[in-house]
Design a protein around this ligand. Structure first.
Ligand code: 5GP
Ligand code: ZN
Length: 140
């Protein structure tokens, strides 16, 4: 895609600090990191959304993200925990529509957003959960 910033990085027409590359995957430092070490893992193909992404490439992206997480943990980059985050769709926070998996080292007090506090969630009854499980199961 001509106007995609991540495709430009793949073609080396835009600058990036690359940490990993193979035939299918590229990983580079996020330009506005949540914390030092924040890395993006992307497919080399221009897939805007998860539903476009071949599952095997999704598997590769996750494997590379795990390698990066381990490398960060073994480095002197501060890392008390990690979020692997993939935003699929604007409502989920996606801003660059070339799919990417964030590897975000987390530090206590870093004030990064995105909390799954169970305090703000209701617990559905078993009937509702079974109904959702059945719908998802039927599609797999
Ligand atoms: P999203 O919100 O789509 O999940 O995340 C997009 C990410 O891409 C953001 O964290 C943003 O900082 C990063 N980003 C946007 N433009 C560039 C760029 O030109 N170079 C790099 N390295 N990262 C970028
Ligand atoms: Zn692209």
């Amino acid at each position: 895609m001509d106007d995609c910033i991540f495709c430009s990085i793949i073609r080396r027409e835009a600058q990036a600090s690359v940490v990993y590359e193979d035939d299918e995957v590229l990983a580079f430092m996020d330009i506005f990191p949540v914390n030092p070490g924040h890395t993006l893992v992307i497919p080399k193909g221009h897939y805007p959304s998860l539903r476009d992404l071949p599952p095997a490439i999704g598997g590769r992206i996750f494997q590379v993200a795990m390698q990066i997480e381990r490398a960060i943990r073994n480095s002197d980059i501060p890392d008390e925990g990690t979020n692997l985050l993939l935003a699929d769709g604007a409502v989920a926070g996606q801003e660059v529509f070339h799919l990417h998996l964030h590897v975000i080292p987390r530090l206590s007090g870093d004030r990064a957003g995105f909390r799954f506090s169970s305090a703000n969630r209701a617990m559905p009854n078993r009937f509702a959960l079974d109904g959702q499980a059945a719908k998802i199961k039927a599609g797999m």
